[in-house]
Design a protein around this ligand. Structure first.
Ligand code: HAM
Length: 431
């Protein structure tokens, strides 16, 4: 007897999405995309690999992502490549490359895997999926509101609004932030010995991130620190006020969180995060903000931008475990077709007739032989609500027998031409 070879498993921090979860995941994606489209956003598909310099220049050299999380490698041509850790940089790169920004206001969305070498845990993966939106060429606050309100609509549609809190802040402009940084560093230097180790290190590299520290003692110091919002100039303040007012008018509740600074360097003015208490430590489901300097920073003509990205693993889990309107449990087929070995021609005819019917009926053909009993057992296991039985008699009369697998209803036999109407009626009744 030959020996079984050793199995090969997936890489740590990655996962497989298998049915039925993969099907429900697709339903979730479709619902999100429907909303994105309702706001006039168009799909952009971007490479998973980019030149490493793209992320260094956009996300920032001294951010966690660039310092310690990127999958960077030299390819066979000795080019330094990186698996994208996020989508904004690529989106801006593509927009510049294809002259999409000149006098235009493109609204774009993307969905796909991102890669970060983080310590895997619940809600944190090394390959994870983001749905993101990016919009360009609009400097006013209405765009900020459009994107934030769009995400609120998504939570409504998914029945999870009550589980999420919107936190917003304004980072002002770079020069305002630098003035603030200087004040913050002075304040924190006075308390340096009480800061956690990572924060002490950040004092020299990225002091704003200290505001994000989860360390309790550091948090106590941070609470009393100067607030960025007090340093932003009149224009930034007015912009932020319009965002807040408009959100209120639209019925989107929010909390201003002065410590919200985001972990990527490209932001200015409005930033936001949607946070939940229901997912443990990884509670940020969606995040984004304005990045008016990024296009110029990546070599394009100065063009304002605003966007967000949501982590689909976190969103799926929130919906799956806590939604007030759960995702349906999809079955692979509406009907399961069983037939005698002599009725194969007829079986193909029936299957084709239903699959091509405008009602869009999903048909699983048995395809595996065996007697009717065995086939019906498979039909039952498939989850399909009905089995279609094609025997000698049915074929002779051009009819089909319908067995209801999930209800105690009498089996019926009817002409093939009447079949789609009956199936549709049954499906609608159980929807
Ligand atoms: P981010 O905050 O790095 O922002 O990521 C956005 C979302 O992606 C997070 O809130 C989280 O839900 C999800 N996420 C991040 N890392 C992981 C991980 N390791 N495992 C699972 N989910 C994760 C950005 O990526 C920006 N590009 C967002 C943006 C778009 N800003 C403007 N436009």
């Amino acid at each position: 007897m030959s020996q079984r070879l050793e199995k090969i498993d997936n890489i740590r921090g990655t996962y497989d999405l298998t049915p039925p979860k993969s099907e429900r995941w697709t339903i979730l994606e479709d619902r999100l995309i429907e909303i994105v489209r309702a706001y006039g956003y168009q799909n952009i598909r971007l490479p998973l690999m980019e030149q490493t310099s793209l992320f260094k220049r956009s996300i920032g050299e001294v951010t966690d992502i660039v310092e310690k999380e990127m999958y960077t490698f030299n390819d066979r041509d000795k080019h330094s490549l990186t698996l994208r850790p996020e989508g904004t940089a690529s989106c801006v790169r593509a927009g510049i490359q294809h002259s999409m920004f000149r006098g235009e206001t493109p609204r774009l969305w993307y969905l796909g895997p991102m890669f970060r070498h983080e310590r895997p845990q619940k809600g944190r993966y090394r390959q994870f999926y983001q749905l993101g939106c990016e919009a360009f060429g609009m400097a006013g606050p209405e765009l900020d509101v459009e994107l934030i309100q769009m995400t609120a609509k998504m939570w409504d549609a998914l029945g999870i609004s009550h589980l999420l809190e919107l936190q917003i802040n304004s980072l002002g402009e770079l020069k305002e932030r630098n003035a603030y940084k200087a004040e913050l560093v002075t304040y924190l230097q006075d308390n340096k010995s009480d800061l956690d180790e990572e924060s002490q290190r950040r004092l020299d590299t990225n002091p704003l991130r200290i505001l994000d520290s989860k360390d309790e003692k550091t948090q106590e110091i941070v609470v009393k620190a100067p607030k960025l919002i007090d340093y932003i100039d009149d224009d930034s303040r007015a912009h932020f006020e319009v965002v807040c007012e408009r959100l209120t008018k639209l019925g989107v509740s929010y909390r201003i969180n002065p410590a919200l600074v985001r972990g990527l360097d490209y932001y200015n003015r409005t930033v936001f995060e949607w946070v939940t208490q229901h997912l443990g430590a990884q509670g940020t489901v969606c995040a984004g903000g304005r990045y008016d300097g990024l296009v110029a920073q990546l070599g394009g003509e100065s063009t304002p931008g605003f966007g967000f990205a949501m982590g689909l693993e976190r969103l799926y889990e929130l919906v799956d475990e806590h939604s007030s309107s759960p995702l349906p449990q999809p079955t692979p087929g509406d009907v399961y077709l069983v037939s005698g070995s002599e009725q194969q021609d007829y079986a193909w005819k029936v299957a084709t007739h239903l699959r091509e019917h405008p009602a869009g009926i999903r048909v699983i053909m048995h395809c595996a032989g065996g007697n009717f009993k065995k086939q019906l057992k498979k039909a039952d296991k498939s989850g399909a609500p009905m089995a279609l039985i094609l025997g000698e008699e049915e074929e002779a009369k051009g009819e089909v027998s319908v067995k209801f697998l999930r209800e105690s209803k009498e089996q019926v036999r009817l002409p093939l031409s009447d079949l789609p109407t009956l199936i549709k009626k049954e499906l609608d009744a159980s929807a």
